[in-house]
Design a protein around this ligand. Structure first.
Ligand SMILES: Cc1cc2nc3c(=O)[nH]c(=O)nc-3n(C[C@H](O)[C@H](O)[C@H](O)COP(=O)(O)OP(=O)(O)OC[C@H]3O[C@@H](n4cnc5c(N)ncnc54)[C@H](O)[C@@H]3O)c2cc1C
Length: 413
């Protein structure tokens, strides 16, 4: 930090009520700033299926006072495990305990985290402006599809996600593969571990995954997220094929999934997610900062996007708290750039190993990388990659990684 005089109360516009936007709204409103949150949907809503919160993202939620509440709605995951078929070679076996016995991932339904953040935002002094499609920003003023321009704001936070209208000069590159996702009932006494993300691959062109994701509200039924990797170009063909033909293909790769496939009765039960990649060289401009996927979109192979958005929101709040208005963007970038670059590079390298038409990469994965991943120091490095702690992003923010079972100070009244 530079020691400059921190910004006084500012008028801040946050664009996008996703994970990054909601977390930013909470952090900045609690600092006393006048926060307005713009969202395109009339009723803000989560898009997508389940995902994993890492000890990094959980550290931010803990700072927001929300870690216990989200933990009640998720499933603790201690292992990521994958086999390459038909030979059954283990090519992914990452255990958080290789790094720290108290580290875990928390697998949650997207709706569980979204609802928690949104309900908390509604209780804070945040002005919510739903149903407003942001189209541009200039000199602190925002433009919208169907409304008059609004502003000026001292700071605009672009949290519009992958397709952001505010980082449009660097459009995200579409990746050739995406995935079909479904949230299904968790099969009690079924073949899947309730504490692992499990995947099966054939070469890099086929991949299925099962993740336990807990219940969306305390007491609701437990769910699983099931996903099937698919090239963008094959999506139309998949829709036109009989569903049973596709189910046969999945069962051939991974017979245990039969119990889950029974819960999929139409193509519409599966949601398509396209993946994109982009890293802004400079995540700020004159009076604007980019956080979350609008700064760094990528495939979810490393499972870091939501965690990165939370870290960005926290870093931005630190910069706002400690810096004068003119230095906020540069300080925010300094706090996040190293970690973002490291993980974007790793994601670019790892994605084709699991999702591509390459013939060579999966052979190298199965014959060399898989066996090597069990040799020291690979288990620790892989655990740090999955936990998101590689590059020590939390130290810069004055946070500690979230540890399960850690005794936290009890607030005295
Ligand atoms: C299938 C899938 C699985 C994933 N799994 C994981 C995982 O396991 N772990 C993990 O950490 N991450 C995962 N991710 C990534 C993670 O979901 C994203 O990185 C994260 O949601 C980014 O948050 P964000 O706030 O930047 O953007 P978003 O959550 O996308 O929010 C953007 C918001 O902006 C709004 N918006 C967009 N355009 C406009 C506009 N013009 N005007 C007004 N509002 C607008 C949208 O409606 C939305 O509410 C996964 C992603 C996908 C697709």
């Amino acid at each position: 930090m530079t020691g400059r005089i921190p910004s006084r109360m500012m008028a801040i516009a946050i664009c996008g009520a996703g994970i990054g936007g909601l977390a930013s709204a909470l952090l900045l409103a609690r600092q006393g700033h006048a926060v307005t949150l713009f969202e395109r949907f009339e009723t803000p809503q989560p898009v997508g299926s389940g995902f994993m919160l890492q000890p990094t993202g959980m550290a931010v939620l803990e700072a927001l006072g929300l870690a216990d509440a989200i933990a009640e709605r998720g499933a603790w995951v201690d292992r990521l495990f994958g086999r390459s078929e038909p030979k059954g070679a283990v090519v992914l076996d990452v255990r958080y305990a290789a790094l720290d016995p108290a580290y875990r991932g928390l697998a949650v339904q997207r709706a569980a985290l979204f609802d928690l953040l949104y309900e908390t935002v509604k209780r804070e002094a945040v002005m919510l402006r739903p149903g407003m499609i942001v189209t541009g920003a200039s000199k602190g003023t925002l433009t919208f599809a169907d409304y008059a321009p609004t502003g000026p704001f001292d700071l605009i936070v672009d949290a519009l996600g992958t397709g952001s209208a505010l980082s449009g000069q660097y459009p995200a590159r579409a990746l050739p593969y995406g995935a079909l996702w479904a949230t299904l009932d968790w099969p009690e006494d079924g073949p899947f571990s309730p504490h692992a993300l499990e995947q099966r691959y054939h070469m890099a062109s086929r991949m299925a995954g099962v993740l336990p994701v807990g219940s969306v509200t305390a007491g609701a039924s437990e769910k699983a997220t099931f996903f099937w990797s698919l090239p963008h170009a094959a999506r139309e063909d998949w829709r036109n094929r009989p569903l049973d033909q596709w189910k046969d293909e999945v069962r051939t790769l991974w017979p245990d999934t039969a119990i889950l496939l029974d819960g999929i009765d139409s193509h519409d039960a599966m949601t398509w997610a396209a993946y994109r990649h982009r890293t802004l060289v400079r995540p700020f401009g004159n009076g604007i900062v980019h956080i979350g996927d609008s700064y760094h979109a990528t495939s979810p192979q490393l499972g870091q996007g939501a965690n990165m958005a939370l870290l960005d929101a926290f870093a931005l709040a630190r910069a706002v708290e400690t810096e004068g208005k003119a230095e906020i963007g540069a300080t925010y970038a300094q706090l996040r750039q190293g970690h973002v670059r490291l993980f974007q590079t790793m994601s670019r390298l790892f994605t084709p190993v699991y999702q591509s038409d390459s013939r060579a990469l999966p052979i190298l994965r199965d014959r060399i990388a898989g066996p090597l991943s069990t040799c020291w120091p690979a288990p620790t490095l892989l655990a740090a990659l999955v936990a998101g702690t590689m590059g020590r992003p939390l130290a810069r923010l004055g946070l500690d990684a979230y540890r399960v079972g850690k005794v936290r100070p009890v607030a005295r009244s």
